[in-house]
Design a protein around this ligand. Sequence first.
Ligand code: GLC
Length: 599
Amino acid sequence: MPKQTAKAAAAATSPTAKARAAKAPRSRSKAARPSTPTQPAPPVENAAFGEDWWRRGVVYQVYPRSFADSNDDGFGDLPGLIDKLDYLNDGTERSLGIDAIWLSPIHPSPGFDVGYDVADYDAIDPIFGTLDDFGRLVAEAHRRGIRLMLDLVMNHTSSEHGWFEQSRRDPNGAYGDWYLWRDGRRGRFGRRIPPNNWSSFFGGSAWTWDEVRGQYYLHTFLPEQPDVNWRNPAVREAMLTMVRGWLERGVDGFRLDVFNAFFKDADLRSNPRRYRGRRPYDRQVHLYDKDQPELVDFLAEFRALVDSFPGSMTVGELFSSDPIGAVRLSAPRHLVFDWWLIKTPWKAPSFVRASQMREAMFRESGWPTVVLGNHDQSRLASRLAPRADATTSDEVARAAAVLSLSLRGTPFLYYGEEIGARDVAVTWEEIIDPPARRGGRLVRRLVPWWNRDQARSPMPWGRGGPNGGFTAGRPWLRMAPDVDTRNVAVQDDDSGSVLNAYRRLLWLRRRHPAMQVGTYRHVPTRTPDVYVYERATDDETIIVAVNFAAKERSFGIRTSRRWRTLFDTHAPDGAASREISAGGELTLQPRQAVILLGA
Ligand code: GLC
Protein backbone atom coordinates (compact mmCIF):
# COMPACT_ATOMS: atom_id res chain seq x y z
CA MET A 1 0.00 0.00 0.00
CA PRO A 2 1.57 3.32 -0.97
CA LYS A 3 2.28 5.59 1.97
CA GLN A 4 0.15 8.47 0.74
CA THR A 5 -2.87 6.20 0.73
CA ALA A 6 -1.92 4.99 4.17
CA LYS A 7 -1.76 8.55 5.36
CA ALA A 8 -5.19 9.35 3.95
CA ALA A 9 -6.61 6.27 5.64
CA ALA A 10 -4.94 7.40 8.82
CA ALA A 11 -6.57 10.81 8.69
CA ALA A 12 -9.98 9.24 8.22
CA THR A 13 -9.90 7.08 11.32
CA SER A 14 -7.91 9.04 13.88
CA PRO A 15 -8.93 9.03 17.56
CA THR A 16 -8.80 12.81 17.79
CA ALA A 17 -8.30 15.48 15.19
CA LYS A 18 -4.92 16.34 16.61
CA ALA A 19 -3.73 12.77 16.77
CA ARG A 20 -4.37 12.35 13.07
CA ALA A 21 -0.80 12.66 12.07
CA ALA A 22 0.15 9.82 14.40
CA LYS A 23 -2.46 7.49 13.06
CA ALA A 24 -1.99 4.39 11.00
CA PRO A 25 -4.76 2.72 9.03
CA ARG A 26 -7.33 0.65 10.84
CA SER A 27 -7.47 -2.09 8.29
CA ARG A 28 -4.95 -4.71 9.13
CA SER A 29 -5.68 -6.57 5.93
CA LYS A 30 -3.97 -3.75 4.08
CA ALA A 31 -0.85 -3.94 6.22
CA ALA A 32 2.16 -5.88 5.06
CA ARG A 33 1.81 -9.32 6.61
CA PRO A 34 4.58 -11.82 7.12
CA SER A 35 4.73 -15.22 5.65
CA THR A 36 7.28 -17.85 6.55
CA PRO A 37 10.62 -16.28 5.65
CA THR A 38 11.64 -17.49 2.23
CA GLN A 39 15.33 -16.85 2.73
CA PRO A 40 17.41 -17.45 5.83
CA ALA A 41 18.14 -14.24 7.77
CA PRO A 42 21.46 -12.76 6.65
CA PRO A 43 24.26 -13.10 9.21
CA VAL A 44 25.86 -10.12 10.95
CA GLU A 45 29.10 -9.29 9.18
CA ASN A 46 31.96 -6.96 10.12
CA ALA A 47 30.68 -6.46 13.67
CA ALA A 48 33.08 -4.93 16.16
CA PHE A 49 32.09 -7.41 18.84
CA GLY A 50 30.99 -11.02 18.74
CA GLU A 51 28.34 -12.45 21.02
CA ASP A 52 29.55 -10.12 23.77
CA TRP A 53 28.04 -7.14 21.94
CA TRP A 54 25.30 -6.88 24.57
CA ARG A 55 27.94 -5.63 27.05
CA ARG A 56 30.56 -4.05 24.82
CA GLY A 57 28.40 -2.44 22.16
CA VAL A 58 26.28 0.70 22.08
CA VAL A 59 22.56 0.64 21.24
CA TYR A 60 20.96 3.55 19.37
CA GLN A 61 17.20 4.07 19.71
CA VAL A 62 15.39 5.03 16.53
CA TYR A 63 11.92 6.50 16.93
CA PRO A 64 10.84 5.58 13.39
CA ARG A 65 8.24 8.31 12.78
CA SER A 66 10.88 10.94 13.41
CA PHE A 67 14.07 9.53 11.98
CA ALA A 68 14.19 9.76 8.18
CA ASP A 69 11.39 10.23 5.65
CA SER A 70 12.12 8.68 2.24
CA ASN A 71 8.92 9.69 0.42
CA ASP A 72 8.12 13.14 1.80
CA ASP A 73 4.83 12.19 3.44
CA GLY A 74 6.04 13.69 6.70
CA PHE A 75 6.57 10.37 8.53
CA GLY A 76 9.91 8.67 8.93
CA ASP A 77 9.98 5.18 7.44
CA LEU A 78 12.08 2.04 6.98
CA PRO A 79 13.56 3.00 3.57
CA GLY A 80 14.56 6.33 5.16
CA LEU A 81 16.30 4.46 7.98
CA ILE A 82 18.09 2.23 5.47
CA ASP A 83 19.41 5.38 3.74
CA LYS A 84 20.86 6.54 7.06
CA LEU A 85 22.59 3.30 8.04
CA ASP A 86 25.91 4.64 6.78
CA TYR A 87 25.46 7.63 9.07
CA LEU A 88 25.05 5.18 11.97
CA ASN A 89 27.96 2.96 11.06
CA ASP A 90 29.77 2.63 7.73
CA GLY A 91 32.78 1.00 9.33
CA THR A 92 34.77 4.26 9.36
CA GLU A 93 35.21 7.00 11.93
CA ARG A 94 33.25 9.36 9.71
CA SER A 95 30.12 7.58 10.92
CA LEU A 96 28.68 7.48 14.43
CA GLY A 97 29.89 3.94 15.14
CA ILE A 98 26.98 2.37 17.01
CA ASP A 99 26.54 -1.40 17.26
CA ALA A 100 22.80 -1.95 17.39
CA ILE A 101 19.53 -0.22 16.67
CA TRP A 102 16.49 -0.46 18.93
CA LEU A 103 13.54 0.38 16.76
CA SER A 104 10.45 1.72 18.56
CA PRO A 105 7.27 -0.09 17.37
CA ILE A 106 6.76 -0.43 13.63
CA HIS A 107 3.55 -2.48 13.66
CA PRO A 108 0.11 -1.35 12.50
CA SER A 109 -1.41 0.80 15.21
CA PRO A 110 -4.31 3.22 15.48
CA GLY A 111 -1.86 5.53 17.20
CA PHE A 112 -3.59 6.10 20.53
CA ASP A 113 -0.16 5.72 22.13
CA VAL A 114 1.77 6.55 18.96
CA GLY A 115 2.65 2.95 18.10
CA TYR A 116 2.70 1.48 21.62
CA ASP A 117 -0.82 0.21 20.92
CA VAL A 118 -0.25 -2.63 18.47
CA ALA A 119 -3.10 -3.83 16.25
CA ASP A 120 -1.10 -6.60 14.55
CA TYR A 121 2.22 -7.91 15.86
CA ASP A 122 3.09 -9.79 12.70
CA ALA A 123 2.86 -6.94 10.22
CA ILE A 124 4.57 -3.67 9.35
CA ASP A 125 2.56 -0.46 9.50
CA PRO A 126 2.29 0.82 5.90
CA ILE A 127 3.39 4.29 7.02
CA PHE A 128 6.78 2.67 7.68
CA GLY A 129 6.91 0.44 4.60
CA THR A 130 6.56 -3.23 3.80
CA LEU A 131 7.89 -6.50 5.00
CA ASP A 132 10.33 -6.44 2.09
CA ASP A 133 11.64 -3.13 3.37
CA PHE A 134 12.06 -4.77 6.75
CA GLY A 135 14.00 -7.66 5.18
CA ARG A 136 16.21 -5.15 3.41
CA LEU A 137 16.76 -3.26 6.66
CA VAL A 138 17.92 -6.43 8.42
CA ALA A 139 20.24 -7.32 5.54
CA GLU A 140 21.69 -3.82 5.14
CA ALA A 141 22.15 -3.36 8.90
CA HIS A 142 23.81 -6.76 9.25
CA ARG A 143 26.12 -6.02 6.31
CA ARG A 144 27.41 -3.03 8.29
CA GLY A 145 27.80 -4.98 11.52
CA ILE A 146 24.71 -3.31 13.03
CA ARG A 147 22.29 -5.48 15.00
CA LEU A 148 18.57 -4.82 15.04
CA MET A 149 16.31 -4.94 18.10
CA LEU A 150 12.53 -4.60 17.97
CA ASP A 151 10.23 -3.15 20.61
CA LEU A 152 7.86 -5.82 21.98
CA VAL A 153 4.72 -4.30 23.45
CA MET A 154 3.16 -7.37 25.04
CA ASN A 155 1.51 -6.10 28.22
CA HIS A 156 -1.40 -4.82 26.15
CA THR A 157 -2.62 -4.70 22.57
CA SER A 158 -4.56 -2.02 20.79
CA SER A 159 -8.31 -2.17 21.34
CA GLU A 160 -8.38 -2.56 17.55
CA HIS A 161 -6.37 -5.78 17.63
CA GLY A 162 -8.38 -8.70 16.24
CA TRP A 163 -7.88 -10.59 19.54
CA PHE A 164 -9.66 -7.87 21.50
CA GLU A 165 -12.39 -7.44 18.93
CA GLN A 166 -13.18 -11.15 19.16
CA SER A 167 -12.78 -11.22 22.94
CA ARG A 168 -15.32 -8.46 23.52
CA ARG A 169 -17.84 -10.01 21.08
CA ASP A 170 -17.69 -13.60 22.23
CA PRO A 171 -16.96 -14.29 25.91
CA ASN A 172 -17.20 -18.03 25.29
CA GLY A 173 -15.20 -18.03 22.07
CA ALA A 174 -11.53 -18.87 21.54
CA TYR A 175 -10.41 -15.34 22.56
CA GLY A 176 -12.94 -14.84 25.39
CA ASP A 177 -10.29 -15.15 28.12
CA TRP A 178 -7.43 -13.34 26.36
CA TYR A 179 -7.99 -10.09 28.29
CA LEU A 180 -8.86 -9.28 31.90
CA TRP A 181 -12.64 -9.02 31.98
CA ARG A 182 -14.63 -8.65 35.19
CA ASP A 183 -18.20 -7.85 36.18
CA GLY A 184 -17.50 -4.99 38.55
CA ARG A 185 -18.94 -4.32 41.97
CA ARG A 186 -21.97 -2.49 43.31
CA GLY A 187 -21.16 0.80 44.98
CA ARG A 188 -23.36 3.24 46.86
CA PHE A 189 -26.99 3.36 45.72
CA GLY A 190 -26.33 0.16 43.74
CA ARG A 191 -24.19 2.02 41.27
CA ARG A 192 -21.86 -0.11 39.15
CA ILE A 193 -18.21 0.46 40.05
CA PRO A 194 -14.95 -1.11 38.76
CA PRO A 195 -13.84 -4.46 40.19
CA ASN A 196 -11.00 -2.94 42.22
CA ASN A 197 -9.24 0.38 42.94
CA TRP A 198 -6.45 0.15 40.36
CA SER A 199 -5.52 3.38 38.56
CA SER A 200 -4.35 3.75 35.00
CA PHE A 201 -0.84 5.13 34.65
CA PHE A 202 -2.26 7.61 32.15
CA GLY A 203 -5.00 8.81 34.51
CA GLY A 204 -8.42 7.63 35.68
CA SER A 205 -9.50 4.12 36.62
CA ALA A 206 -7.63 1.18 35.08
CA TRP A 207 -11.04 -0.34 34.22
CA THR A 208 -13.39 0.62 31.40
CA TRP A 209 -16.91 -0.67 30.96
CA ASP A 210 -17.45 -2.31 27.58
CA GLU A 211 -21.03 -2.14 26.34
CA VAL A 212 -20.48 -4.88 23.79
CA ARG A 213 -19.42 -7.53 26.28
CA GLY A 214 -21.21 -6.03 29.27
CA GLN A 215 -18.12 -6.24 31.47
CA TYR A 216 -15.18 -4.14 32.60
CA TYR A 217 -11.74 -4.71 31.06
CA LEU A 218 -8.39 -3.77 32.53
CA HIS A 219 -5.96 -1.28 30.97
CA THR A 220 -2.81 -0.20 32.80
CA PHE A 221 -2.48 2.58 30.23
CA LEU A 222 -5.18 4.03 27.93
CA PRO A 223 -8.63 2.45 27.51
CA GLU A 224 -7.48 1.84 23.91
CA GLN A 225 -4.67 -0.37 25.31
CA PRO A 226 -6.40 -3.36 26.99
CA ASP A 227 -4.05 -5.56 29.05
CA VAL A 228 -3.81 -9.15 27.87
CA ASN A 229 -4.33 -12.09 30.23
CA TRP A 230 -0.85 -13.52 30.68
CA ARG A 231 -2.24 -16.34 32.84
CA ASN A 232 -3.92 -17.79 29.77
CA PRO A 233 -1.49 -20.30 28.16
CA ALA A 234 -2.94 -19.55 24.72
CA VAL A 235 -1.88 -15.88 25.04
CA ARG A 236 1.58 -16.92 26.09
CA GLU A 237 1.89 -19.29 23.17
CA ALA A 238 0.66 -16.71 20.65
CA MET A 239 3.15 -14.14 21.93
CA LEU A 240 6.06 -16.58 21.83
CA THR A 241 5.14 -17.71 18.32
CA MET A 242 5.19 -14.08 17.24
CA VAL A 243 8.60 -13.55 18.91
CA ARG A 244 9.99 -16.61 17.13
CA GLY A 245 8.72 -15.25 13.81
CA TRP A 246 10.74 -12.04 14.19
CA LEU A 247 13.83 -13.93 15.34
CA GLU A 248 13.56 -16.04 12.21
CA ARG A 249 13.44 -12.85 10.18
CA GLY A 250 16.86 -12.01 11.56
CA VAL A 251 16.09 -9.74 14.50
CA ASP A 252 18.93 -9.74 17.05
CA GLY A 253 16.97 -8.88 20.15
CA PHE A 254 14.10 -7.04 21.73
CA ARG A 255 13.24 -4.29 24.13
CA LEU A 256 10.38 -5.48 26.32
CA ASP A 257 7.88 -2.72 26.98
CA VAL A 258 6.74 -2.53 30.67
CA PHE A 259 7.56 -6.22 31.10
CA ASN A 260 7.17 -6.27 34.87
CA ALA A 261 3.48 -5.40 34.46
CA PHE A 262 2.57 -8.51 32.41
CA PHE A 263 1.26 -10.49 35.37
CA LYS A 264 -1.33 -9.20 37.79
CA ASP A 265 -2.49 -10.70 41.06
CA ALA A 266 -4.58 -13.81 40.32
CA ASP A 267 -7.43 -12.45 42.50
CA LEU A 268 -7.04 -8.86 41.26
CA ARG A 269 -6.96 -7.52 44.83
CA SER A 270 -7.16 -3.76 45.39
CA ASN A 271 -3.85 -2.00 45.99
CA PRO A 272 -3.16 -0.48 49.43
CA ARG A 273 -3.35 3.33 49.50
CA ARG A 274 -0.44 5.69 49.93
CA TYR A 275 -1.00 9.13 51.28
CA ARG A 276 1.69 10.87 49.32
CA GLY A 277 2.09 11.24 45.59
CA ARG A 278 1.29 13.73 42.86
CA ARG A 279 -1.13 11.67 40.81
CA PRO A 280 -3.77 9.10 41.81
CA TYR A 281 -1.46 6.44 40.31
CA ASP A 282 1.30 7.47 42.71
CA ARG A 283 -1.07 7.33 45.67
CA GLN A 284 -1.21 3.53 45.64
CA VAL A 285 1.29 0.86 46.60
CA HIS A 286 1.36 -1.22 43.43
CA LEU A 287 1.40 -4.56 45.18
CA TYR A 288 -1.04 -6.35 42.94
CA ASP A 289 -1.02 -4.80 39.48
CA LYS A 290 2.61 -5.57 38.57
CA ASP A 291 5.82 -7.28 39.79
CA GLN A 292 4.13 -10.64 40.36
CA PRO A 293 6.26 -13.78 40.98
CA GLU A 294 4.93 -15.53 37.85
CA LEU A 295 7.02 -13.18 35.70
CA VAL A 296 10.19 -15.06 36.57
CA ASP A 297 8.92 -18.30 35.01
CA PHE A 298 7.75 -16.55 31.90
CA LEU A 299 11.10 -14.79 31.52
CA ALA A 300 12.85 -18.14 31.69
CA GLU A 301 10.64 -19.46 28.89
CA PHE A 302 11.10 -16.31 26.85
CA ARG A 303 14.86 -16.34 27.39
CA ALA A 304 15.09 -20.01 26.36
CA LEU A 305 13.45 -19.09 23.07
CA VAL A 306 15.60 -16.02 22.48
CA ASP A 307 18.76 -17.88 23.51
CA SER A 308 18.06 -20.53 20.89
CA PHE A 309 19.08 -17.80 18.42
CA PRO A 310 22.76 -17.30 19.34
CA GLY A 311 23.98 -13.76 19.70
CA SER A 312 20.64 -12.22 20.59
CA MET A 313 19.89 -10.04 23.59
CA THR A 314 16.92 -8.44 25.30
CA VAL A 315 16.38 -5.46 27.53
CA GLY A 316 13.39 -5.03 29.81
CA GLU A 317 11.76 -1.70 30.51
CA LEU A 318 11.21 -1.66 34.25
CA PHE A 319 7.89 0.06 34.70
CA SER A 320 7.53 2.35 37.68
CA SER A 321 9.40 0.12 40.09
CA ASP A 322 12.20 0.12 42.57
CA PRO A 323 15.54 -0.11 40.72
CA ILE A 324 16.40 -3.17 42.80
CA GLY A 325 13.89 -4.93 40.53
CA ALA A 326 16.23 -4.22 37.65
CA VAL A 327 18.98 -6.17 39.35
CA ARG A 328 16.69 -9.02 40.31
CA LEU A 329 15.35 -9.45 36.79
CA SER A 330 18.55 -9.00 34.81
CA ALA A 331 20.76 -11.83 33.61
CA PRO A 332 23.51 -12.29 31.07
CA ARG A 333 22.19 -11.09 27.69
CA HIS A 334 19.02 -9.87 29.41
CA LEU A 335 19.42 -6.30 30.62
CA VAL A 336 16.94 -4.19 32.55
CA PHE A 337 16.70 -0.39 32.55
CA ASP A 338 17.00 0.84 36.15
CA TRP A 339 16.31 4.58 35.44
CA TRP A 340 18.65 5.79 38.11
CA LEU A 341 20.76 7.98 35.82
CA ILE A 342 17.84 9.40 33.87
CA LYS A 343 16.53 10.87 37.10
CA THR A 344 19.85 12.29 38.23
CA PRO A 345 20.23 16.09 38.16
CA TRP A 346 23.32 17.77 36.71
CA LYS A 347 25.39 17.83 39.89
CA ALA A 348 28.59 15.91 40.53
CA PRO A 349 27.55 14.59 43.98
CA SER A 350 24.25 13.34 42.50
CA PHE A 351 26.04 11.42 39.74
CA VAL A 352 28.56 10.06 42.26
CA ARG A 353 25.73 8.82 44.46
CA ALA A 354 23.72 7.39 41.57
CA SER A 355 26.74 5.47 40.29
CA GLN A 356 27.58 4.22 43.76
CA MET A 357 24.04 2.95 44.26
CA ARG A 358 24.11 1.23 40.88
CA GLU A 359 27.49 -0.33 41.51
CA ALA A 360 26.38 -1.51 44.95
CA MET A 361 23.22 -3.03 43.49
CA PHE A 362 24.60 -4.64 40.36
CA ARG A 363 28.01 -5.47 41.85
CA GLU A 364 30.84 -6.44 39.56
CA SER A 365 29.11 -9.53 38.23
CA GLY A 366 25.89 -7.78 37.24
CA TRP A 367 25.57 -5.67 34.15
CA PRO A 368 23.61 -2.39 34.11
CA THR A 369 22.47 -0.18 31.26
CA VAL A 370 23.45 3.47 30.89
CA VAL A 371 20.41 5.48 29.83
CA LEU A 372 20.21 9.26 29.86
CA GLY A 373 17.35 9.71 27.40
CA ASN A 374 14.48 8.01 25.58
CA HIS A 375 11.16 8.74 23.87
CA ASP A 376 9.31 9.12 27.19
CA GLN A 377 11.62 11.68 28.77
CA SER A 378 12.70 15.23 28.32
CA ARG A 379 15.69 15.61 25.98
CA LEU A 380 18.97 15.16 27.80
CA ALA A 381 20.23 18.72 27.19
CA SER A 382 16.91 20.30 28.25
CA ARG A 383 16.72 18.19 31.38
CA LEU A 384 20.32 18.65 32.47
CA ALA A 385 20.68 22.27 31.33
CA PRO A 386 17.24 23.89 31.53
CA ARG A 387 17.05 27.45 30.18
CA ALA A 388 20.68 27.26 28.98
CA ASP A 389 21.89 29.11 25.89
CA ALA A 390 23.08 27.03 22.94
CA THR A 391 26.75 27.12 23.98
CA THR A 392 26.11 25.97 27.54
CA SER A 393 23.59 23.41 26.36
CA ASP A 394 26.16 21.90 23.99
CA GLU A 395 28.84 21.87 26.68
CA VAL A 396 26.54 19.92 28.99
CA ALA A 397 25.56 17.61 26.11
CA ARG A 398 29.24 16.84 25.38
CA ALA A 399 30.06 16.22 29.05
CA ALA A 400 26.97 14.01 29.38
CA ALA A 401 28.12 12.09 26.29
CA VAL A 402 31.35 11.30 28.12
CA LEU A 403 29.40 9.92 31.08
CA SER A 404 27.00 7.99 28.94
CA LEU A 405 29.78 6.27 26.98
CA SER A 406 32.20 5.63 29.83
CA LEU A 407 30.14 4.68 32.89
CA ARG A 408 29.92 0.93 33.47
CA GLY A 409 27.05 -0.63 31.52
CA THR A 410 25.60 -0.87 28.04
CA PRO A 411 24.82 2.62 26.70
CA PHE A 412 21.46 3.28 25.03
CA LEU A 413 21.54 6.52 23.00
CA TYR A 414 18.29 8.14 21.93
CA TYR A 415 18.30 9.52 18.38
CA GLY A 416 19.06 13.23 18.24
CA GLU A 417 21.00 13.32 21.51
CA GLU A 418 24.12 13.11 19.34
CA ILE A 419 23.39 16.59 17.96
CA GLY A 420 22.52 17.98 21.37
CA ALA A 421 18.80 18.28 20.53
CA ARG A 422 16.62 20.07 23.06
CA ASP A 423 12.92 19.70 23.85
CA VAL A 424 10.71 21.39 21.28
CA ALA A 425 7.84 23.41 22.67
CA VAL A 426 4.58 22.04 21.29
CA THR A 427 1.53 24.18 21.91
CA TRP A 428 -1.49 22.79 23.73
CA GLU A 429 -3.50 22.77 20.50
CA GLU A 430 -0.83 20.80 18.63
CA ILE A 431 -0.19 18.03 21.13
CA ILE A 432 -0.33 14.59 19.56
CA ASP A 433 0.75 12.43 22.51
CA PRO A 434 -2.68 11.14 23.61
CA PRO A 435 -1.80 10.54 27.25
CA ALA A 436 -0.76 14.19 27.47
CA ARG A 437 -4.06 15.27 25.94
CA ARG A 438 -5.95 12.99 28.29
CA GLY A 439 -4.05 14.27 31.30
CA GLY A 440 -5.13 17.83 30.57
CA ARG A 441 -3.70 21.00 31.96
CA LEU A 442 -3.54 19.75 35.53
CA VAL A 443 -1.30 16.83 34.68
CA ARG A 444 0.74 19.18 32.54
CA ARG A 445 1.56 21.11 35.70
CA LEU A 446 2.09 18.07 37.92
CA VAL A 447 3.98 15.64 35.73
CA PRO A 448 7.22 16.85 34.27
CA TRP A 449 7.02 14.67 31.15
CA TRP A 450 3.41 15.69 30.56
CA ASN A 451 3.95 16.00 26.83
CA ARG A 452 6.34 13.51 25.30
CA ASP A 453 5.97 15.10 21.85
CA GLN A 454 8.60 17.55 23.01
CA ALA A 455 11.29 14.90 22.86
CA ARG A 456 10.15 13.27 19.62
CA SER A 457 10.63 15.97 17.02
CA PRO A 458 11.92 14.89 13.59
CA MET A 459 15.66 14.56 13.06
CA PRO A 460 17.16 17.51 11.18
CA TRP A 461 19.63 16.17 8.64
CA GLY A 462 20.59 18.97 6.34
CA ARG A 463 21.22 22.64 6.00
CA GLY A 464 18.88 24.80 3.95
CA GLY A 465 15.67 23.50 2.41
CA PRO A 466 12.48 22.95 4.35
CA ASN A 467 12.26 21.14 7.69
CA GLY A 468 15.98 20.70 8.15
CA GLY A 469 16.01 18.14 5.34
CA PHE A 470 13.70 15.72 7.20
CA THR A 471 10.88 15.97 4.67
CA ALA A 472 9.67 18.13 1.83
CA GLY A 473 6.14 17.41 3.06
CA ARG A 474 4.53 18.42 6.33
CA PRO A 475 6.36 16.79 9.24
CA TRP A 476 4.04 14.75 11.49
CA LEU A 477 5.35 16.71 14.45
CA ARG A 478 6.77 20.20 14.74
CA MET A 479 10.48 20.57 13.87
CA ALA A 480 12.86 22.23 16.33
CA PRO A 481 13.05 26.00 15.83
CA ASP A 482 16.84 25.82 15.40
CA VAL A 483 16.90 23.23 12.55
CA ASP A 484 18.96 25.53 10.35
CA THR A 485 21.78 25.76 12.84
CA ARG A 486 21.45 22.48 14.73
CA ASN A 487 21.46 19.68 12.19
CA VAL A 488 23.69 16.82 11.10
CA ALA A 489 25.22 18.63 8.11
CA VAL A 490 26.24 21.72 10.08
CA GLN A 491 27.68 19.64 12.92
CA ASP A 492 29.51 17.39 10.47
CA ASP A 493 31.66 20.34 9.43
CA ASP A 494 32.39 21.55 12.94
CA SER A 495 35.09 19.56 14.72
CA GLY A 496 33.90 20.91 18.07
CA SER A 497 30.25 19.93 17.56
CA VAL A 498 28.30 17.62 19.83
CA LEU A 499 28.03 15.17 16.91
CA ASN A 500 31.78 14.98 16.45
CA ALA A 501 32.25 14.54 20.20
CA TYR A 502 29.91 11.53 20.09
CA ARG A 503 31.71 10.11 17.07
CA ARG A 504 35.13 10.40 18.67
CA LEU A 505 33.88 8.93 21.93
CA LEU A 506 32.14 6.02 20.24
CA TRP A 507 35.20 5.05 18.23
CA LEU A 508 37.43 5.55 21.26
CA ARG A 509 35.17 3.23 23.19
CA ARG A 510 35.58 0.61 20.48
CA ARG A 511 39.36 0.74 20.82
CA HIS A 512 39.50 0.73 24.62
CA PRO A 513 38.16 -2.34 26.42
CA ALA A 514 38.45 -0.44 29.72
CA MET A 515 35.63 1.83 28.53
CA GLN A 516 33.51 -1.19 27.68
CA VAL A 517 34.03 -3.81 30.34
CA GLY A 518 36.53 -2.28 32.79
CA THR A 519 35.85 -2.31 36.51
CA TYR A 520 34.50 0.92 38.00
CA ARG A 521 36.05 2.80 40.91
CA HIS A 522 35.08 6.23 42.17
CA VAL A 523 38.15 8.43 42.69
CA PRO A 524 37.35 10.89 45.48
CA THR A 525 38.64 14.46 45.08
CA ARG A 526 38.38 17.43 47.39
CA THR A 527 36.45 19.29 44.73
CA PRO A 528 32.73 18.52 45.05
CA ASP A 529 31.95 19.82 41.56
CA VAL A 530 34.18 17.29 39.86
CA TYR A 531 33.27 13.63 39.35
CA VAL A 532 36.28 11.39 38.77
CA TYR A 533 36.24 7.64 38.22
CA GLU A 534 38.52 4.93 36.98
CA ARG A 535 37.72 2.07 34.63
CA ALA A 536 40.29 -0.70 34.43
CA THR A 537 41.00 -4.02 32.77
CA ASP A 538 44.13 -6.12 33.32
CA ASP A 539 45.74 -4.28 30.42
CA GLU A 540 44.67 -0.66 30.68
CA THR A 541 43.36 1.94 33.07
CA ILE A 542 41.48 5.06 32.16
CA ILE A 543 40.36 7.96 34.27
CA VAL A 544 37.28 10.01 33.48
CA ALA A 545 36.94 13.48 35.00
CA VAL A 546 33.90 15.71 34.55
CA ASN A 547 33.59 19.25 35.88
CA PHE A 548 29.88 19.91 36.48
CA ALA A 549 30.46 23.50 37.58
CA ALA A 550 30.08 26.69 35.56
CA LYS A 551 33.53 27.66 36.91
CA GLU A 552 37.06 26.39 36.49
CA ARG A 553 38.02 23.64 38.98
CA SER A 554 41.37 22.03 39.84
CA PHE A 555 42.07 18.68 41.41
CA GLY A 556 45.00 16.33 41.89
CA ILE A 557 45.41 12.78 40.65
CA ARG A 558 47.33 10.92 43.30
CA THR A 559 49.07 8.16 41.37
CA SER A 560 52.58 7.56 40.23
CA ARG A 561 51.51 7.06 36.62
CA ARG A 562 51.69 9.44 33.74
CA TRP A 563 48.40 10.14 32.07
CA ARG A 564 47.78 10.95 28.47
CA THR A 565 44.58 12.70 27.38
CA LEU A 566 42.52 10.44 25.16
CA PHE A 567 39.54 12.72 24.89
CA ASP A 568 38.84 16.31 25.85
CA THR A 569 35.50 18.04 25.33
CA HIS A 570 37.28 21.38 25.10
CA ALA A 571 40.15 20.47 22.78
CA PRO A 572 38.63 18.37 20.04
CA ASP A 573 41.57 18.55 17.65
CA GLY A 574 44.56 18.31 19.95
CA ALA A 575 43.16 16.01 22.60
CA ALA A 576 45.65 13.21 22.21
CA SER A 577 48.74 15.39 22.42
CA ARG A 578 48.38 16.76 25.98
CA GLU A 579 50.24 15.01 28.80
CA ILE A 580 49.54 15.24 32.50
CA SER A 581 52.47 14.62 34.78
CA ALA A 582 52.42 12.11 37.59
CA GLY A 583 50.64 13.31 40.71
CA GLY A 584 49.98 16.58 38.98
CA GLU A 585 47.08 18.92 39.28
CA LEU A 586 44.51 18.99 36.56
CA THR A 587 42.44 22.05 35.88
CA LEU A 588 39.13 21.70 34.13
CA GLN A 589 37.24 24.52 32.48
CA PRO A 590 33.51 24.94 33.13
CA ARG A 591 31.65 21.76 32.05
CA GLN A 592 34.83 20.24 30.66
CA ALA A 593 35.20 16.46 30.62
CA VAL A 594 38.34 14.48 29.87
CA ILE A 595 39.31 10.86 29.51
CA LEU A 596 42.88 10.00 30.47
CA LEU A 597 44.80 6.85 29.70
CA GLY A 598 47.39 5.64 32.21
CA ALA A 599 50.82 5.06 30.73
C1 GLC B 1 6.32 2.26 27.73
C2 GLC B 1 6.66 3.08 26.52
C3 GLC B 1 5.74 4.27 26.46
C4 GLC B 1 4.32 3.78 26.38
C5 GLC B 1 4.00 2.82 27.52
C6 GLC B 1 2.74 2.07 27.28
O1 GLC B 1 6.57 2.93 28.90
O2 GLC B 1 8.01 3.46 26.58
O3 GLC B 1 6.04 5.09 25.37
O4 GLC B 1 3.44 4.87 26.43
O5 GLC B 1 4.99 1.84 27.66
O6 GLC B 1 2.93 1.15 26.22
